[in-house]
Design a protein around this ligand. Structure first.
Ligand code: HAM
Length: 419
């Protein structure tokens, strides 16, 4: 029988890796809470329509990468490829707008895209994201970008490159789109098949194509800044000034477009660790998406957000950053009634907040101490029959083997002394 394995491009996250995940997730939760963000958890499965309408029919994500299927009741569903559309759906469905004029929501969770697997690119991956709903001013853009950069720096990742651009508003987009169509129509024979198709469906995406011939063809393409409205221009120049108040160094990249159709005005990416991540060195992506709430059935509401790829950050962090793991106390039982005593002592110690390992059946002291060693216990508590007569146990320092008899009511401070 062939061995069962997890799906290609998906991974188990093993207990040995968890301290790093917890460390990163806790840093993220702490930081975004300090900016007033609250957690939201949305289902992993949503109706397919949400992503088609939200992300855009002609994006790679929707066209090629989504895990979409019909369930047994013929409902068309999809595993979420990103968090933003779901958060806005939840915002509308639960009428969060009625609670506060501004919603600041964050999330951490798995996303699914059927991409070609590579280092830092998986078919199930985790994002930590944040969405700020209800503010249109560039102060919000600057604070959000500043928060993302601060997070990366808090993790100790220093060499990052923040890239920003503006895509303007839906009203000025058609003129820019037409200019791109005219420009690329003349270079059709240089473009890859996907981009020839994009000429009709989504010409902005040609600027983002990774095929070398297409990047070369795009070099002289019309500049988005020639097509921004006055408002969009001043929003973008305000943003650039405000970013310095947040200590963010940045580069303006007029050809950046991003892979989701909902963006308006500001878009940004943080790149870093190309030596480790190669082509997957975009560690955060985000931007404004002022049209999405309305598009999904709500009122016109300005919105901006970002998401990090957690695996990419962890690859950059290496083994240094992790949550400290509590040391283990092993409780061994010897003599008549030994197993029962281990249960009582273990409960006493767990009530004092110790991490405790105990045997599940009677065994020799030697075999139990071997297990204590294997579980990297710092202290072993030996609950023997003789000590029990004096309401005491023996504690053993597992580093040097020294032992002492300790009354049960002095156990907690004595163990803490050894940790
Ligand atoms: P995105 O650029 O598609 O944006 O993804 C954000 C981040 O998720 C990427 O920068 C990358 O670190 C990570 N990521 C994406 N795909 C993969 C993958 N296949 N494997 C590993 N990591 C991956 C969004 O998803 C938007 N929802 C961001 C946003 C929030 N915009 C506004 N609000």
């Amino acid at each position: 029988m062939s061995k069962l394995r997890c799906v290609k491009g998906m991974h188990d996250i093993l207990p040995e890796d968890m301290p790093k995940w917890h460390y990163l997730e806790n840093c993220y939760r702490n930081l975004v809470s300090d900016y007033g963000y609250e957690e939201i958890r949305t289902p992993i499965l949503e109706s397919l329509d949400l992503f088609v309408r939200g992300i855009g029919e002609s994006t790679d994500i929707v066209e090629k990468e989504m895990y979409a299927f019909e369930d047994k009741g013929n409902a068309k569903l999809a595993l979420r490829p990103e968090g933003t559309a779901s958060v806005i759906r939840a915002f509308l469905q639960n009428n969060l707008e009625a609670l506060t004029p501004v919603s600041k929501l964050y999330y951490i969770g798995p996303m699914f895209r059927r991409e070609r697997p590579a280092r830092g690119r998986y078919r199930q991956f985790y994002q930590a994201g944040a969405e700020l709903i209800g503010i249109e001013d560039a102060t919000a853009d600057a604070e959000l970008i500043g928060m993302a950069v601060t997070f990366v720096k808090t993790l100790g990742i220093q060499n990052v490159n923040v890239q920003i651009n503006s895509l303007g508003d839906p009203e000025t987009r058609p003129a820019y789109r037409n200019a791109l169509v005219q420009f690329f129509s003349k270079k059709k024979e240089q473009l890859c098949n996907d981009c020839v198709r994009r000429l009709d469906t989504n010409p902005l995406r040609i600027l983002d194509c990774k095929v070398e011939a297409c990047s070369i063809a795009a070099q002289e393409a019309p500049n988005v800044f020639d097509y921004l409205s006055d408002d969009a221009h001043s929003h973008f120049s305000d943003l650039q000034q405000l970013l310095s108040l947040h200590d963010v160094n940045f580069t303006v990249v007029p050809t950046m477009v991003r892979g989701l159709d909902y963006y308006t005005r500001t878009i940004f990416e943080i790149q870093g660790g190309a030596d480790i991540l190669g082509a997957q060195s975009t560690i955060v992506g985000g931007g404004r998406y002022n049209g999405l709430v309305k598009q999904l059935g709500g009122r016109n509401t300005p919105t901006i957000g970002f998401a990090f790829g957690i695996e990419r950050l962890l690859l950059l962090l290496g083994d240094n950053a992790k949550e400290s793991v509590k040391p283990t106390v092993f409780v061994a039982g010897v003599g008549e009634g030994g197993l029962e005593r281990t249960i009582r002592v273990s409960r006493q110690l767990r009530n004092c907040n110790f991490k405790v390992e105990a045997p599940y059946k009677n065994g020799s002291l030697r075999s139990q101490l071997k297990r204590a060693d294997k579980s990297s216990a710092v202290v072993a508590v030996i609950a023997g029959a003789d000590e029990a007569l004096q309401n005491a146990v023996t504690i053993r320092n597992m580093q040097n083997g020294e032992q002492q008899i300790v009354p049960l009511d002095e156990l907690e401070p004595k163990i803490r002394e050894l940790m």
